[in-house]
Ligand binder design. Structure first.
Ligand code: MN
Length: 203
């Protein structure tokens, strides 16, 4: 009998966490990490793999899909990218402060690191419904804080993402219930500014 291998190999594979599921507690619990990584993030990747079959997106890099797709294709591609970016900037042993050129840019754009944190917290509180709060570099080289609804990513507006805060309820509701501001505040304990600095330095 003839067989077909068209559905054999998923195009994209969910990336493992770069730390243990319980490594970020108490800022983020093991239970939240399992739901967030294994159910939500992996679900976006699985859905994307289903959607791209037999479309022009089937052979494209993830970022190209994000920049040109819309609707469900965009949403699942961007959520896959956003979560890899989000998980990748967290660490159980983070560098707690930015340094060098990144620190200079933060001071120039916001006044201080604390002022940046206040601005990101305020943007998180003001974002209606699900979405992401980003620290990004705009085309003029200035650092900006942007709130994006749903799967929004500032790369679609010509900006370079540096840091992402997931403010979908699935990111914090198990640990913080409705207290989004507390979840954002706790996240700062596990954000690795070494990773953010490396992203900023990369041209
Ligand atoms: Mn999420």
């Amino acid at each position: 009998m003839a067989t077909t291998d068209t559905a054999a190999t998923p195009r994209f594979t969910p990336q493992d966490l770069p730390y243990a599921y319980d490594a970020l507690a108490p800022a983020i619990s093991e239970e939240t990490m399992h739901y967030h990584h294994d159910k939500h993030y992996a679900g976006y990747v699985d859905k994307l793999n289903t959607l791209i079959v037999d479309t022009p997106f089937a052979g494209q890099p993830l970022e190209d899909i994000i920049l040109s797709a819309d609707g469900a294709m965009y949403n699942n591609a961007a959520q896959a990218w956003n979560h890899e970016f989000f998980f990748g900037q967290l660490s159980p042993k983070p560098r707690k402060e930015p340094s060098g050129r990144l620190l200079e840019a933060i001071n120039r754009s916001f006044g201080s690191l604390d002022d940046l944190k206040v601005e990101m917290g305020r943007t998180a509180a003001g974002l209606f419904g699900s979405g992401w709060v980003w620290l990004a570099e705009d085309p003029s080289g200035r650092l900006v804080v942007v709130g994006e609804p749903n799967a929004g990513n500032p790369m679609c507006r010509g900006m370079k993402p540096l840091l992402a805060i997931d403010v979908w309820e699935h990111a914090y509701y198990i640990d913080y219930r409705n207290r989004r501001a507390d979840a954002v505040e706790a996240l700062w304990n596990v954000v690795d500014w070494k990773v953010v600095g490396d992203r900023y330095a990369k041209r």
